[in-house]
Write a protein that binds this ligand. Structure first.
Ligand code: GSH
Length: 266
């Protein structure tokens, strides 16, 4: 069999799919076709108003970077307690975590400064929540605000192709399959080109100002082109995206970004 051959080319899907935990290999702990908690565990709660539950993956990094940027601006009410949720051990499936995020994915945030305490999940929603709460890191005018939201939602829609698609098949999967790698590499390179063309005309994603759009996009696409995600820099020829590279390097230098990357790191 050549390496180009699809090992499953003769697979015919059954009438009704049935779950077999062995089919998802090393992801069997978390990859299940149903939702909900697997075990009872109460989440720890620290003294501060904001409680962050995350791990230092790109989605978790977004929120830690946001909080660090707010602190950098002197907003002391953005102080937070950070609790590690180790997704490799299935800690996102505890009853306490599922209560604050029924989708059982990190990051999630609790805001105890209001009554009743508010849960916030989905990293894009958390960024928007913190930006609204502290009136920071979103451009002021209607056009800038809209452009910022455009790119925030772009990131939320596109990153699953990078993480769940490309990252899964190129890096995490225990087997290397040409078809899905080609399919997701094509899409990810298209996304890199979208960013590169936009950043040829804009300093930051929403114009001249650094915003939550940059904070959402950098941990995924910035880390990727800087060679810190999936070891795929050469494979994707990231050096050819010169404007994206310029933006990624500038943001990497921000002290809040450097601090945010260390939060809940294992
Ligand atoms: N759209 C969600 C995605 C969250 C997500 O996929 N988080 C990953 C870590 S980057 C996770 O918790 N994975 C564990 C799992 O899938 O069980 C967000 O942006 O918050």
């Amino acid at each position: 069999m050549s390496s180009d051959t699809n090992p499953d080319e003769n697979y015919i899907p059954p009438k009704v799919w049935e779950w077999n935990s062995e089919n998802v290999g090393n992801l069997a702990v978390v990859n299940r076709p149903f939702s909900g908690a697997t075990h009872e565990k109460v989440l720890p709660v620290g003294k501060l108003a904001l409680q962050l539950y995350s791990m230092s993956t790109p989605n978790g990094q977004k929120v830690a970077i946001m909080l660090e940027e707010l602190l950098e601006q002197g907003i002391s009410n953005a102080e937070y307690d950070a609790h590690l949720i180790n997704i490799r051990k299935g800690e996102q499936l505890s009853s306490g975590f599922v209560e604050i995020n029924p989708n059982s994915k990190t990051p999630a945030l609790m805001d105890h400064s209001i009554t009743p305490p508010t849960r916030v999940f989905e990293s894009g929603s958390i960024l928007q929540y913190l930006a609204d709460k502290f009136d920071a890191l979103v451009p002021k005018g209607h056009a800038g605000k809209t452009e910022c939201r455009n790119w925030l939602f772009w990131q939320m829609g596109c990153a699953p192709y990078l993480g769940g698609g490309f990252g899964h098949f190129y890096f995490y999967s225990s087997v290397r399959m040409k078809y899905p790698i080609d399919r997701f590499t094509t899409e990810v390179k298209r996304e890199l080109d979208v960013l590169d063309k936009h950043l040829a005309k804009n300093v930051y994603m929403a114009g001249d100002e650094y915003s939550i759009a940059d904070i959402a996009i950098w941990p995924w696409y910035g880390s990727l082109v800087l060679g810190n995600l999936y070891g795929a820099a050469e494979f994707l020829d990231v050096a050819s995206y010169k404007n994206l590279m310029r933006w990624a390097k500038v943001i990497e230098q921000r002290p809040a970004v450097q601090r945010g990357l260390e939060v809940n790191r294992i």
